[in-house]
Design a protein around this ligand. Structure first.
Ligand code: SF4
Length: 378
């Protein structure tokens, strides 16, 4: 039975999950080793899911011993995991201080998407988001972000370019990724590296609530797809739902999206719009949204709200969502409705973001679960 301290991602030696290829080569250079040695180790980590230097059979024994003494490869620890009846898979991953984050894999006919967290909690206080109810705790390290993908890839038996089961990553889990910029950009670099998870740029998506200066910075440093949590078609309503809008109103946000699209012409921008009954789902809201979408080449993704304990919002009726979509489609705006997945394991969108209204209760549950050795309990 593991003690609680054993489920924490702690290491005194550098953890190789904290480095992208460039950083890993620099680390190996500081150990007097050639760059190709770093590449070899990276391939073992991400293509074969090996974390023990002893198992890296094409690396000489002297180097294996040297690496064992100097560095570590420590993936995050899964507290428990569960699969939904629709094959959606959720991992609860242990962090320090009794905290946990959730990572969800959503398989579909032609792709497999992993939803990854960037922070423990979130400080942006979007009114319809369950993560907001637990406040901000801390940023995740690069290793903790990359580690979520590694845990899922290992479970799925994913091998980049050969046995490709994990095809897309969306940074849409807990947290605002642009507030953890360096770690998120470094982690996304590993996701897109051929020696890492080998995903195409457009298959890695960063979702932001609209931090305008950081969207500009992202466009200079990365080629990933961008998603923007819009959720309202005018400033009055958006400021109520997404308080960050007060600082960066819709006009500024759309201008930054235009700049992103201009600098990264091959990337797509998706606007996410959670459908809240009688709040933002009226025909006039759809018409206002059409006007906004004329300003940026984009796609709208309508997300049926997933209620959580204590929320004042309800999900819009199916018919209302369809008529809202029709207004957008008729006006030529590419609009999809997200299918709700993983409802039976609380992994649906919005619920992923930590149903931790009562953290004390949840942490007590984690400990009890560990004490009983119920790694697969839910
Ligand atoms: S929707 Fe995203 S940015 Fe807003 S509070 Fe939730 S996690 Fe934070």
């Amino acid at each position: 039975m593991p003690a609680l301290r054993d489920v924490l991602v702690t290491t005194v030696k550098p953890n190789l999950f904290d480095f992208d290829r460039k950083g890993l080569r620099e680390l190996f250079a500081s150990l007097g080793e050639k760059p190709y040695r770093a590449d070899q180790v990276m391939k073992w980590m991400y293509h074969r899911h090996v974390t023990d230097f002893g198992g890296m059979t094409d690396v000489g024994k002297a180097l294996r011993d040297k690496l064992s003494a100097a560095v570590d490869i420590v993936p995050p620890k899964t507290l428990f995991e569960k699969q939904s009846s629709d094959a959606t898979h959720k991992w609860l991953i242990g962090m320090d201080g009794g905290n946990a984050i959730e990572t969800v894999f959503i398989p579909e006919a032609t792709r497999g998407t992993l939803c990854v967290s960037s922070q423990v909690g979130c400080g942006l206080n979007c009114q319809f988001c369950s993560t907001a109810t637990q406040g901000f705790n801390r940023n995740l390290s690069t290793a903790e972000i990359v580690g979520q993908v590694w845990v899922a890839a290992k479970h799925l038996g994913n091998v980049p370019h050969h046995q490709r089961k994990l095809t897309n990553v969306v940074m849409m889990g807990m947290g605002e990724p642009l507030l953890n910029f360096d770690n998120v950009v470094r982690a996304m670099s590993v996701m897109r590296d051929d020696l890492g998870f080998g995903l195409a740029n457009k298959r890695v998506t960063l979702s932001t609530a609209g931090l305008v200066p950081m969207i500009d910075r992202l466009s200079e440093e990365s080629d990933v797809s961008l998603a923007v949590s819009l959720h309202a078609p005018n400033d009055e309503l958006r400021t109520e739902l997404v308080p960050l809008n007060k600082k960066y109103p819709i006009a500024e946000l759309l201008a930054s999206c235009q700049r992103y699209a201009a600098r990264r012409p091959r990337t797509s921008i998706t606007f996410e719009y959670t459908m809240l009954k009688d709040v933002n789902d009226k025909p006039e809201h759809a018409r206002q949204l059409v006007k906004l979408m004329r300003k940026v080449p984009s796609k709208v993704n309508l997300i049926p709200f997933n209620p959580f304990t204590g929320t004042r919002f309800e999900r819009s009726d199916e018919a209302v969502i369809r008529s809202f979509q029709k207004i957008l489609l008729d006006a030529g705006v590419l609009t999809t409705v997200r299918r709700t997945r993983g409802d039976d394991i609380d992994a649906a969108c919005g619920q992923l973001k930590g149903q931790v209204l009562d953290r004390t209760r949840r942490q007590a549950e984690f400990r009890r679960s560990l004490e009983k050795g119920q790694a697969d309990a839910a």
